[in-house]
Design a protein around this ligand. Structure first.
Ligand code: PLP
Length: 378
């Protein structure tokens, strides 16, 4: 049998090795190394923000961002139920409460028209989470935030190089975050970044990322926080990756178009939208959703594709259905039908930047075969 096609493989054939060697040769491998600042500056400039604060991963970036905004015990933060748990955990860790919103089946993002009725006297912030490649309609959220005096946190973890109405994702609201996990358009292995225009907020994030050392006396601390520092080695890889951002986005778009073209005749599948009137899909990963009338779910598809030598992943699992939150008695009796449907029927196929044409052909064949098998009900 030919090799397994992994669901993701990053492309590391630019200046990554060169910059990493520079770290080794100069001895700068810790968070004190010079690449960290350069990477923070280049990333923040790329999205038109004044400050960048690099941290250990995207989850840490969310935690620091939420904490820096002063969100705490009893505060409510509005967010989609269909997202990665990092968003909700950043809020529940602080004793605050996520208030959930159902998905829009067209873009798979939070349905922005459902937000206003979720606002209460306890609401402190709205979390924008752009999912799978198309941005959330940020204008509507920013208008609501303005009207009700709420903070806005933008989770742009999957949105490197994406724009909304021509403005870069990562530039909306009070504070935005990115992840550099290997399945994002730009990777540093593990890594994340907070970007903001607010000097005070940026300073607060720098403190929170590094154990809240007091500035006047070292080893004296007024607050609890974590060590979420980002190393020079990570920054070396990040700088090399960032040099190729435009190329990577173009590559992902070509990949998305190729898949849609080749798969669109298959019955029983919902495809990602190529463009809306405010953005063109950048296909964080290439997602597909099974029609409601198809008997199988995404776990079944994942198994069948694996049998064909193709890696795939199911979509995120809704926050209101997470065992951890059920145990905490959160979201009991809540239901969000669109999000529940996406979580059960959505999956993504290999979409890493290192994917070859030949591998994509194999993926297409396997999806066709597996879908036919399911339709026959065998
Ligand atoms: C990947 C991702 C994160 C978390 O990033 P990590 O670096 O894996 O911690 C947060 N939000 C979204 C939307 C993501 O896709």
């Amino acid at each position: 049998m030919t090799d397994f096609v992994p669901v993701n493989e990053p492309l590391l054939n630019g200046n990554e090795k060169k910059y990493l060697c520079e770290c080794i040769d100069t001895g700068w491998i810790s968070s004190e190394g010079p690449f960290v600042k350069t990477f923070e500056e280049k990333m923040s400039t790329t999205v038109g923000r004044k400050h960048g604060i690099a941290v250990a991963n995207g989850t840490a970036a969310l935690e620091v961002a939420v904490q820096a905004l002063g969100i705490g015990e009893g505060d409510e933060v509005i967010m989609p139920t269909f997202t990665i748990i990092s968003c909700a955990m950043a809020v529940t860790k602080l004793g605050a409460v996520p208030v959930l919103v159902d998905s829009d089946l067209y873009t798979w993002n939070m349905n922005v028209d459902e937000i206003e009725k979720k606002i209460t006297s306890k609401t402190k912030a709205i979390m924008i989470v752009h999912l799978y490649g198309l941005p959330v309609e940020a204008d509507k959220i920013l208008a609501l935030a303005d009207k009700y005096g709420l903070k806005v946190i933008e989770d742009a973890a999957e949105m490197h190089g994406q724009t909304y109405k021509g403005k870069p994702c990562g530039s909306f609201g009070d504070i935005s975050i990115f992840s550099f996990y290997p399945n994002k358009h730009i990777t540093t292995g593990e890594g994340g970044m907070i970007v903001t225009d607010d000097e005070e907020l940026a300073e607060r994030c720098r403190m929170l990322r590094n154990l809240c050392f007091r500035k006047d006396i070292r080893y004296v601390h007024d607050e609890i926080s974590d060590n979420y520092r980002f190393t020079n080695l990570q920054a070396a890889v990040g700088l090399a990756q960032l040099e190729r951002l435009d190329e990577f986005v173009e590559r992902k778009r070509a990949m998305g178009k190729f898949y849609t073209e080749r798969l669109q005749d298959i019955e029983g599948l919902v495809f990602p939208i190529e463009r809306t009137d405010y953005a063109e899909n950048i296909y964080w990963v290439y997602g597909l959703v099974l029609d409601r009338n198809i008997q199988a779910d995404n776990q079944m598809i994942q198994k069948l594709l694996a049998r064909e030598g193709i890696g795939s992943r199911t979509f995120f699992w809704c926050m209101h259905e997470q065992p951890v939150y059920q145990k905490m008695d959160l979201f009991s009796k809540e239901s969000y039908p669109n999000a529940e449907y996406l979580a059960r029927k959505g999956f993504y196929i290999p979409s890493g930047l290192a994917l070859t044409k030949e591998q994509m052909d194999r993926v297409v064949c396997a999806v066709k075969k597996v879908m036919m098998e399911i339709q026959r009900g065998s």
